[in-house]
Design a protein around this ligand. Structure first.
Ligand code: FBP
Length: 547
């Protein structure tokens, strides 16, 4: 395969490891753990893996050494920069433990595990992918691993290949499934450990011990670069309002980090919308007021950042989506048989009165997007809902009314963007390259320590990589019970933006200034080589959370 000059140079980058992982290690147990909520229910569902202690590694001896390990690895869900480095770290870790160790990659996500599609990952293959973005080394998929038959079918191939440990690299839902699988294999004495790795650009898989999911750093830097470029353009021609939707599912971490990096004219944070119980009309009014004030000062341009999950956080919409999820899960077959033109009416007829009214009031396109297929985890596919167009349309309408009332004098020309896929496969930043490599190497150490149902944890991430703490967190510790597909299920609690957290407070302190003037920052592209303050900065979210 032909490579770019940067790819060639980047292949030579040696990711940094925490000092503790550079020699032999011993696992030190901390306190027994409890789930974040619903302890009794989670304990009952995970009798073999509930309450395990936190672990951290300490140095013990000069080198890692052990019996050969046969390990399987799965990439699950949406791509996130650094996945290849998790795999190369895992590969190097198990080879360091014993050069006879072997790594097998299951193809196209959990589906490959169930269908026995795999390849052995050898040194030449791994070397091709070091420090590159994407998940194309083995592919990824969204098959939900949740049924006993899938677990049993997967176990057949594990036995055939002599695999005694499986590493699942995924987001909250995939790590939830990893925990269920770990519990099942432990219960039937299958002799297979299951270890998770925290992946997702969304940044919503985090807690005190998992400081950030990998990929968030790179993805937000890529989006911030492009937002910065748009802002320069905007400030040059001074004639457009850019409505920019940003990926991130329910949580607004990506929008918030990009706002801190670029200082846009306006940024919506879904969690705040929910806390203030705001309606769509109120959000529209706020944006229109900012635009009118700027017009009065002679500025008819700016940027508006919109988190992709916004719709779900507007309380009336949230109630509607929750009922829609249940309705579409329960009546899936009946709904599928309804002709296309009758589906809107079918939904209106089957919803409760209040929700039916909200649904009926939505523009046709948005209403349709809400009733489209859920992803395999039962989530609305928020990335398909064109909130940026919905909002700019409504803002345009509001500005017309304001003009008629003599409250607006400007010209409103909106442009629309959606940034998501552009950032998910970028070459990992130095931070993600190091963090991911450490997560993978650390997963090898967790396997060697003989544990199961743990997530690889590398922390103290604002310090230099050599000082990072490495260890494992029991996945059950992050769980609570939530309603999915109409049923209560154990799931890892999503970390949403905290309004009392420092990143949001920093944003809230500055946003009035940003709305009034031109405070744009143009961060430019990720730098891989050069001074550390340019190349090795973690996200502002992480920095503020640590300060
Ligand atoms: P994960 O939760 O699997 O990491 O996916 C992240 C994400 O990029 C979301 O931000 C986005 O809503 C979704 O994937 C898009 O899904 P798809 O890749 O199936 O289009």
């Amino acid at each position: 395969m032909k490579k770019s000059a940067l790819q060639k140079a980047r292949a030579a980058y040696q990711p940094k490891l925490p000092a503790v992982l550079t020699g032999g290690v011993k696992a030190v147990e901390g306190r027994p753990t409890q789930s974040v909520a619903d302890q009794a229910a989670i304990k009952e569902l995970f009798p073999n893996t509930y309450g395990l202690p936190e672990l951290h590694f300490e140095k013990a001896g000069d080198t890692l050494a052990g019996k050969p390990l046969n390990v399987g690895v799965i990439l699950s869900g949406g791509q996130a920069p650094g996945g290849h480095n998790v795999i190369s770290g895992l590969f190097d870790g198990i080879k360091k433990i014993n050069p006879e160790s072997r790594l097998y990659g299951f193809l196209m996500g959990p589906g490959g595990f169930v269908d026995h599609k795999y390849m052995e990952l050898t040194a030449p293959i791994i070397d091709e992918y070091r420090n590159t973005g994407g998940f194309d080394i083995i592919g990824s998929g969204r098959t939900k691993l949740e049924k006993k038959e899938q677990f049993d079918k997967g176990l057949e191939i594990l036995k055939e290949l002599g695999i005694t440990a499986l590493v699942i690299i995924g987001g909250d839902d995939s790590n939830t499934n990893a925990a269920v699988l770990a519990e099942y294999y432990k219960a039937i004495n299958a002799g297979v450990q299951v270890i998770g790795c925290p992946k997702t650009i969304d940044g919503d898989l985090k807690n005190d011990l998992i400081e950030t999911s990998f990929g968030f750093d790179t993805a937000t830097k890529v989006y911030s670069e492009v937002i910065g470029n748009i802002q320069r353009d905007c400030n040059s021609s001074k004639k457009y309002y850019h409505f920019i939707k940003l990926m991130g599912r329910s949580a607004s971490h990506i929008a918030l980090e990009c706002a801190l990096q670029t200082q846009p004219t306006f940024c919506i944070i879904s969690e705040e919308v929910e806390a203030k119980n705001m309606t769509l009309a109120q959000i529209v009014d706020e944006i229109a007021t900012v635009i009118a004030d700027r017009a009065a000062a002679g500025m008819n341009f700016g940027t508006v950042l919109i988190p992709e999950g916004l719709i779900e956080f507007i309380p009336a919409m949230k109630a509607l989506i929750a009922e829609l999820n249940d309705l579409l899960a329960k009546n899936a077959e009946e709904f599928a048989a309804v002709p296309h033109h009758g589906q809107r009416q079918y939904i209106i007829d089957h919803l409760s009165k209040d929700n039916a009214e909200v649904y009926a009031s939505l523009p046709e396109g948005v209403a349709r997007q809400l009733s489209l297929d859920r992803d395999p985890h039962g989530n609305v596919q928020v990335s398909l809902i064109e909130t940026e167009k919905l909002l700019s349309e409504m803002v345009g309408k509001r500005l017309k009314e304001m003009k008629a009332e003599g409250k607006y004098v400007g010209k409103f020309s909106p442009m629309h963007h959606f940034f998501g896929y552009e950032g998910r496969c970028a070459d990992p930043s130095n931070f993600d390259a190091d963090y991911c490599y450490a997560l993978g190497f650390n997963a090898a150490c967790l396997i060697e320590a003989g544990v199961t149902g743990y997530m690889s944890s590398v922390r103290d991430l604002t310090k230099p990589a050599s000082e990072w703490i490495a260890g494992g967190i029991p996945v059950t510790m992050m769980m609570n019970m939530e309603r999915r597909h109409g049923e209560m299920k154990p799931v890892i609690q999503k970390a949403l933006v905290r309004l009392d957290g420092r990143p949001f407070r920093m944003f809230a302190e500055q946003r009035a200034e940003w709305a009034k003037g031109v405070c744009f920052i143009y961060p430019g592209p990720i730098q891989y080589f050069g001074p550390s303050e340019v190349c090795d900065q973690p996200t502002l979210t992480l920095r503020y959370e640590h300060e």
